[in-house]
Each structure stands twice: as structure tokens, then as C-alpha cells.
Design a protein around this ligand. Structure first.
Ligand code: SF4
Length: 207
């Protein structure tokens, strides 16, 4: 295990999070499915990592209800209603934009539902992340989000932001109406009423 990964795991545990480390996706996927109650309702956020691991299909096939605002058949109003319903989910399954070696979870959101749920609401938050998300410190975490995560997510979502066109993010962020960076949440310790399990996988996953 790399030094940075070992440091991050020790710090996350010291900050109250439950952490499990996996060398491959298959073992991690099974462990995640084992931890999540088969009757729980799950909040789906836009995690590429969870999608690539096939977690939504696996959970849905075994009978978990997925609250999913991304279903293409939904109108814009219906998507917004589903986003509000996410706040009632029993489990949030998501990733983190960055994880620092001193054990912080760092996320930037446009709508805010994902970061809200990471802090309070669900009975369990499950964070799945590749070790590529680990950064030495908070400064590097924010830099990673602005230069790696945001540009790729903006292109994936077809947003008209400077970062989508490889234009460096302005110092105070952009003025695009489609700006994704609207709420920055740094979780320093596991929130008191929100048990959080972090599955770190020794691969490059998601953005
Ligand atoms: S503030 Fe705008 S340009 Fe900067 S990373 Fe966020 S969406 Fe991209």
C-alpha cells in the first residue's frame, strides 16, 4: 500500500469514519452489497465510480428501491421532485471528489443534494472511491476538483462552463449559469448522526 493511502486510511479512521481498503473492484462491490440492507431505499447521486462498478443495477436487481433523479424519462419538474425525495433515503451511495491524507472528505456541488446528504439525513452514507482521489492536503484537494473532476464532469454533462473547454477556472470561479461549483463542503470528522463507511479501492476510478 502506498504511503499516501496508508496515511489517508489512518487519518480517516482517526476522524471517526469506518474505512475498508480493497485491491480490486469485485471484492469491494460485494462488500458494499453486504453492508447495505437489502430493503433500504438508496439515494442515487451522479457518481461515475458507482455507475462503473455496476452498483445501481446490482442493488436494483436484488430489490432495493433506488431514488433516481437521472432517469431519462423524467421531466425537469419530476427530476426536481426526485431530488427532494433523495432527502428521505435511508442510504446514500456516492463517491467523494477528493479525500485528503489528513482524513477530510472534500466535495463541490451544483444542486447541493449530494453534499447535504453526506452530512445529515441517511442512516448510512457509503462513499466509494479510487485511490486516485487521495490528495496530500486541502489545497490540493480543491485544485484536483477544479482541474480534474469539474472539467470532466462538465464535459460529461454537456455544460457550457470554461473548464469544459479546457479554460482554467477563474480565481473566484466562473459566471456561467451552468456553474457546478456552488457549494463546497469539507467534512473534517464523521458527522455525529451520520454513520459513514468509506470503501477505498486501489485503482483509478471516476473523476
Ligand atoms: S467554477 Fe466554473 S469553470 Fe471553475 S471549475 Fe467550477 S464550473 Fe468549472
Amino acid at each position: 500500500m502506498k504511503d499516501s493511502v496508508a496515511k489517508a486510511i489512518a487519518s480517516l479512521e482517526n476522524n471517526g469514519f469506518k474505512v475498508r481498503f480493497f485491491s480490486n473492484e469485485n471484492e469491494a462491490r460485494q462488500a458494499i452489497l453486504d453492508e447495505i440492507d437489502a430493503k433500504a431505499t438508496i439515494a442515487r447521486c451522479g457518481s461515475v465510480t458507482c455507475t462503473d462498478l455496476g452498483l445501481w443495477e446490482s442493488l436494483s436487481q436484488r430489490g432495493n428501491e433506488i431514488i433516481d433523479p437521472y432517469r431519462p424519462e423524467l421531466s425537469a419538474e419530476e427530476k426536481d421532485r426526485e431530488r427532494k425525495r433523495l432527502l428521505t433515503a435511508e442510504v446514500l451511495l456516492t463517491s467523494s471528489n477528493a479525500i485528503t491524507e489528513d482524513g477530510k472528505l472534500v466535495n463541490i456541488d451544483g444542486v447541493g443534494n449530494r453534499v447535504a446528504l453526506q452530512v445529515f439525513g441517511p442512516d448510512l452514507v457509503v462513499i466509494v472511491a479510487g485511490t486516485n482521489k487521495i490528495t496530500p492536503n486541502l489545497h490540493e484537494a480543491l485544485k484536483r476538483i477544479k482541474t480534474v473532476a469539474c472539467p470532466q464532469n462538465a464535459r460529461r454533462l454537456g455544460l457550457a462552463t470554461p473548464c469544459a473547454q479546457n479554460i482554467p477556472c477563474p480565481e473566484n470561479g466562473c459566471e456561467s449559469p451552468q456553474r457546478m461549483c456552488r457549494a463546497t463542503v469539507i467534512i473534517e470528522k464523521q458527522p455525529r448522526l451520520t454513520p459513514t463507511s468509506i470503501y477505498l479501492i486501489d485503482k483509478s476510478l471516476g473523476y
